[in-house]
Unconditional design. Structure first.
Length: 472
């Protein structure tokens, strides 16, 4: 008994460690910066675990492998049409080929958390670019706030869809309380994947120059309770977009529609190191996963239509990667030029069968599940085989067997017949005035209507009998 109890306790402990302990790396170790393949594998593994699949399910590895194969196939088509090498194709171009624009719902997004240009990926493969200038009198164009989505906040009060949006909302509140001075410009730079350092420029009325104030931090804090087209809110109420102090509001430059290649070529080199927008990366993974799941011979996990990869998942992964979080450069550069990517198969995603312990890569501590062969882990002895055997199904009943209970109801009633009777019509006699008189008229009448009387009484007798049987 002690041995059995020990085995059961050991099994329970291992179950708890597997399903409640920290989730380990499911992707091969990478150097700085990690390949996009490593990030995609981590996101698929984390989403699979959140959707109820065990970390040892071999279909997790099948899923990321199939996504890599689908990405390679799309990239090969792009490279062939452009007459360039496979490694020159970017992950963003592959995502567009997999339906990234549809995954984003046609909503313009920035490539990074701090980039200033909105990208709207059109169904025809073109990109509509909208300038998001934050100075020079032009009003910025922030991504809309979506209810339930993570928001950037200043002191947890003024929030927005990006760090700059939150800083702009805070500046508008400050300016409303001051008439002779105010914030005239804002600049933000990434401190990490979830925190930005921002600086306000304070100006005085009548002065031609302003003074840069000490920097403050804007971080991801909670989720938005409302949907705001302006991209800014405070205390559950949307904030209208206004010009900063001393600036006349003017419209930003008109949107420009051009090819994806031209848009990528025109991206500022200063944006390459900016952390990739979580909304864009989540949509990229979902579009590739959905494409892979439709491929012939797909043996991975079904694409979770109702529970896809979310921006919050990306923010968690980016936070775990820290300074090695995926950047704008990881999205728009040729996949073959990324560190950690194979030169011969730049889009391949190969899950690791190890937890990454002891690896020199700082990305090895990312909390995502391991996709391994179930037989390669620690073995637990739970006692002798009870020999229960495999379950069996009963033979399917025929239509006659199904209807037999109904058709066989009250078998005695189905075979019932009226008993034969030998009774005779009574002929009473009376003696009157010394004479005997026999009454036979009723018999003559009954005999005349024998058949009618017999049918009537048979019916009455049958109904009475049936009533007695059914109410017994």
């Amino acid at each position: 008994m002690r041995f059995g109890s020990c085995v059961l306790m050991t099994g329970a402990l291992l179950f708890g460690l597997v399903f409640t302990g920290p989730r380990q790396v499911a992707v091969a170790a990478t150097s700085s910066p990690p390949s996009m393949a490593a990030v995609i594998g981590a996101l698929v593994g984390a989403r699979a675990l959140d959707n109820g699949f065990t970390p040892f399910d071999p279909r997790v590895a099948e899923t990321v492998t199939a996504i890599g194969a689908a990405a390679s196939s799309i990239a090969a088509g792009i490279a062939a049409s452009a007459g360039e090498a496979l490694g020159s194709v970017s992950w963003l171009a592959v995502g567009v080929g997999a339906g990234l624009g549809a995954a984003l719902g046609g909503v313009p997004v920035t490539l990074g958390n701090d980039t200033l240009t909105q990208w709207q990926l059109n169904h025809d493969g073109t990109v509509t670019l909208t300038s998001n200038a934050a100075s020079g009198g032009s009003l910025p164009v922030f991504s809309p706030l979506v209810a339930g989505a993570a928001t950037w906040c200043v002191s947890g009060v003024f929030c927005g869809s990006s760090a700059l949006a939150a800083a702009w909302a805070n500046a508008q509140h400050f300016n409303a309380a001051h008439s002779d001075e105010g914030i005239s410009d804002i600049s933000c730079s990434a401190a990490s994947s979830t925190v930005d350092n921002c600086v306000n420029t304070l100006s005085v009325a009548g002065s031609s120059s302003g003074t840069a104030q000490p920097s403050f931090q804007v971080g991801i804090s909670g989720t938005s309770a409302v949907a705001c087209a302006s991209g800014m809110e405070s205390a559950g109420a949307c904030i209208a977009l206004q010009a900063l102090f001393g600036s006349a509001a003017s419209s930003p430059p008109a949107p420009v529609t051009e090819s994806l290649a031209a848009a990528i070529a025109g991206t500022s080199a200063a944006d390459d190191g900016d952390v990739m927008n979580a909304q864009l990366l989540a949509a990229l993974v979902n579009s590739l996963w959905g494409t892979a799941a439709q491929g012939e011979g797909y043996a991975g996990l079904p694409f979770p239509v109702n529970a896809p990869v979310l921006p919050s998942d990306v923010q968690s992964i980016e936070g775990n990667f820290g300074s090695l979080a995926p950047t704008v450069g990881s999205a728009i550069s040729g996949a073959g030029s990324l560190s950690g990517a194979s030169s011969s198969a730049p889009f391949a995603i190969a899950p690791s069968t190890t937890s990454g312990a002891g690896s020199s890569s700082s990305a090895s501590s990312v909390s995502v599940p391991v996709a391994t062969d179930p037989g390669s882990g620690a073995q637990v002895n739970l006692g002798p085989d009870p020999g229960i055997g495999s379950p069996s199904l009963e033979e399917t009943p025929t239509a006659q067997q199904i209807l037999a209970p109904i058709l066989g109801l009250l078998p005695d009633l189905r075979n019932y017949v009226l008993p034969a009777h030998t009774a005779q019509c009574p002929q009473p006699s009376i003696t009157l005035f010394g004479s005997t008189v026999t009454l036979t008229a009723q018999c003559t009448l009954a005999e005349q209507f024998r058949s009618q009387i017999q049918v009537t009484f048979a019916l009455v007798f049958t109904l009475v009998s049936l009533f007695i049987v059914l109410t017994a």
